[in-house]
Unconditional design. Structure first.
Length: 72
């Protein structure tokens, strides 16, 4: 259990770092023009907010600390 907690925490720290460096994004799609049955849309890649990366990394640090203190 201890190794699983530490591994999960390290994974979250890595994900938080990737978000902080803006390496992870998500697509958004907007419909621009619609004429009859035809439509044109725009797909745009947006970065995940930096505050979410900080929260993810902080959560990872807490889980690593809990895993290091875990006895059992």
């Amino acid at each position: 259990m201890r190794r699983i907690l530490i591994a999960l925490g390290l994974l979250l720290i890595g994900a938080g770092g990737a978000i902080g460096l803006q390496l992870i994004s998500y697509p958004t799609e907007h419909e621009i023009v619609k004429i009859g049955t035809m439509s044109a849309s725009l797909t745009r890649e947006r970065p995940i907010p930096l505050w979410l990366g900080g929260v993810t990394a902080l959560t990872g640090l807490i889980i690593v600390a809990l895993g290091a203190r875990y006895r059992g």
